[in-house]
Structures are given as C-alpha cells and as structure tokens.
Design a protein around this ligand. Structure first.
Ligand SMILES: *Cc1c(COP(=O)(O)O)cnc(C)c1O
Length: 372
C-alpha cells in the first residue's frame, strides 16, 4: 500500500479539533443516566428544527429510516410509485422498497447530476404518489421545478438530504418547498455522529407525530402501543450532534474553499468538474469529477497516495438487489449510467489541508497531461 498523502476522510482530525466540547457533552450524558429518549435528544431536536427554520425535527436511527418513515407518514401503500433518480446511494431506493412501493427511476441532468424535473414529470402515472429529489453530492436539487410539478399533479415531495445539509437554492431553504426532509447523521456525512443517526425535519405536525410514534414501538404513552418500530436516536449521538451542529456553517465554508481550490486548479483539464448554479449553496459532501478512463485514473491516484473513492460506481437499476425490473430502466437513464462509469470523488473534508488539496491537484494535472 502506498503512503496516503491526501486522505479521503478526517473523522479523527475533526474529533480532535473540538475534543473538549465533545468530551464534555459525552461525559455529561454518561453521568446523567438518561441514554434513550432523554433530554439530550429533545435538545438536539430543538437545535435542529431551529437551525433548519422548520417547526419539527424528529431524531431517528438512520437516514434510511427517516426516508421510509416519511413515506409511510404520507400514506404510501403497496403498489404506489415513487419517482427518484438512478444515481444516488442505494438507500434512497431501498427506503422506497421497505415502504412497499415501487421506485421509478428517472435520469439526471448531466450538468448538475441531480434529478431532471422534466424527466420526473414525464414519468408520472396514475399510481405515482410522490417525488424524492436527492441533493446529490451536496448540491440541492431544483426544488422550485420539482415542487411546481408536485403541486400541479397533487403529489408529495420528500427531500433526501443525507448529503446536502447546510445547503440551499436560490431564494429557498430546504424543507420550504417539500413536505419533509430526510437527513442522515452517519459519521461520513457533513453533520455526522460517531455511529448512526437520522432525522425527519418538517413543518407538518402529522408527519412529525407519525415518526415520533413509529420510532418507539407505536407508543406515545407508556405501555400503550399500536404497531410501530424501533428507530430512536440515542442521547449520546444527539449530544454529539448538538455540538457539531454549532460548527456546520464554518465546516461547509471550508469545504467550499477546498472545492474552489480544486475547481481553479483543474480548470482546462479534460475532467468534467462539478457546477454550482447561480444562487445555490453547494456543500460539497463529495467533490466529484468525471472522466471516461475513470478506472485507470482511480488506480493511478490510489498508487500516488491520493485516497479517492467512487460515488456511486453502480447505478441503482444495475444493482443485483434491484427488485423492479432492470431492462426497462436501462435505456431511460443514460446520464446516470455515464455518471456511474465516470465518477471519481476527491479527498474532501473540512480539516483537509491546502498542501493535501494541492498535492491532489498536481497529481491530477500530471495524469491529464500524460493521458491526453
Ligand atoms: C447516506 C445516505 C442515505 C442513508 O442514510 P443512512 O443513515 O446510512 O441510513 C440515504 N440517501 C443518501 C443519498 C445517502 O447518501
């Protein structure tokens, strides 16, 4: 294994950068004796709803649970169709499957790589109940267009915001143009705890109430149950997330600084670079370039000590577990298929240093010259 000169993740660096704050918060929970559905969870839910500018936030066990619980709260039944993109993390489609519905995959816009609203509209049938735009790689989807279509066709919208927290579009905030926002707090996300977590953020009381009940065995009063599930966000994680939420804006700003450095340094190369349309705040969950010889590029970068990854090399309908008929989907999502074949994610986290980013740029520029 070559020495890693530019790492992909910086979880421990981040921990060390705010160690005192985190240690204090963790010890406080340990000393309190309240570990499940306690005051730290309540506090984080208040912090998150205030930060989001929405009325409610319900802490859950994962982003996947946040998605399917939101779908169920909106009344999804077996046979319903939900529209999303083929270039997303598998959990988006998986959550649709868990809720008993069918994922209808549409193509992405080749520039933004987010769901193409016209394709979404064209895929609507009598069975369609909702649309799930994913804020892929940290760039918010075109919520104005999506919500206009949804209103016209009487559909709901749930934002998959696992990658896009702290981002927004021109003149709108997340959750403003949708029924609910589903977020993930697994460690590698922009706001991540040391383990798993998720939340549903919404202005709708009914959705929040449903998630609260479902996450705790269908119970809101002790010993009284309707059938539910176990998807609680532990107080330890909630306390950690309250601390980290105080730093999210600064961390996003640093991600954006690194992204600007990459974009300036890679201008004029043959790599396809990420775009940030006017008025958007891209939070660069990952900085993804594209190149037709991605597999070779990936190998060479890893050999040079640049710790790259791929998000996501296999489109949803290409996965073995995709349960809704593969062949029919393949032709309709050419941009997603290209994205899967060509995407490469560069080292990106707030604690990445400028020399590490510059080393990455140097290696990529040299590779581009040699492979033209
Ligand atoms: C991470 C992620 C999820 C799932 O979140 P978990 O907390 O891992 O369950 C869903 N959708 C997208 C786009 C993701 O990146």
């Amino acid at each position: 294994m070559p020495e890693i000169k530019a790492p992909f993740y910086g979880h421990v660096r981040q921990y060390r950068s705010i160690k005192k704050e985190l240690d204090d918060a963790i010890l406080k929970v340990l000393e309190s004796g309240a570990y499940v559905m306690g005051p730290a969870l309540k506090q984080f839910e208040q912090d998150l709803s205030k930060y989001s500018g929405r009325k409610y936030a319900c802490g859950l066990n994962s982003g996947t649970d946040a998605l399917w619980l939101a779908f169920m709260a909106l009344g999804v039944k077996p046979g319903d169709e939900i529209i999303t993109t083929a270039n997303t993390f598998f959990a988006t489609a998986e959550a649709i499957w868990i809720a008993g519905a069918k994922a209808v995959l549409v193509d992405c816009d080749p520039r933004t790589r987010n769901i193409d609203p016209r394709k979404a509209e064209a895929a609507i049938t009598k069975r369609t109940k909702g649309i799930v735009p994913v804020h892929l790689y940290g760039l918010s989807a075109d919520m104005k267009a999506i919500s206009a279509i949804a209103r016209k066709k009487k559909l709901w919208v749930v934002e998959d915001n696992a990658q896009g927290i702290d981002g927004h579009g021109p003149g709108w905030k997340q959750g403003e143009l949708s029924d609910a926002v589903a977020t993930s707090f697994i460690i590698q996300k922009n706001l991540g705890t040391f383990g798993d977590g998720g939340a549903v953020v919404t202005d709708r009381e009914d959705i929040d109430a449903y998630c609260r009940k479902m996450r705790n065995h269908g119970s809101t009063v002790r010993s009284v149950h309707s059938f539910g599930f176990n998807s609680r966000l532990d107080d330890l994680h909630a306390a950690i997330l309250s601390v980290k939420l105080r730093h999210i804006t600064r961390w996003t700003d640093r991600r954006r600084e690194i992204a600007a450095r990459y974009t300036a340094g890679l201008r004029g190369t043959s790599f396809r670079l990420p775009v940030e349309p006017e008025g958007y705040r891209h939070v660069y969950h990952v900085y993804v370039i594209e190149h037709p010889k991605r597999d070779q590029l990936e190998k060479d970068m890893l050999a040079a000590g640049v710790d790259v990854k791929t998000h996501y090399p296999i489109a949803i309908h290409q996965q073995k577990g995709f349960p809704w008929g593969k062949k029919a989907e393949v032709k309709r999502v050419p941009h997603c298929v290209r994205n899967a074949a060509q995407c490469l994610s560069l080292p990106m986290f707030p604690e990445l240093t400028d020399p590490e980013a510059d080393y990455t740029i140097e290696q990529l520029v040299a590779w581009d010259k040699a492979n033209r």
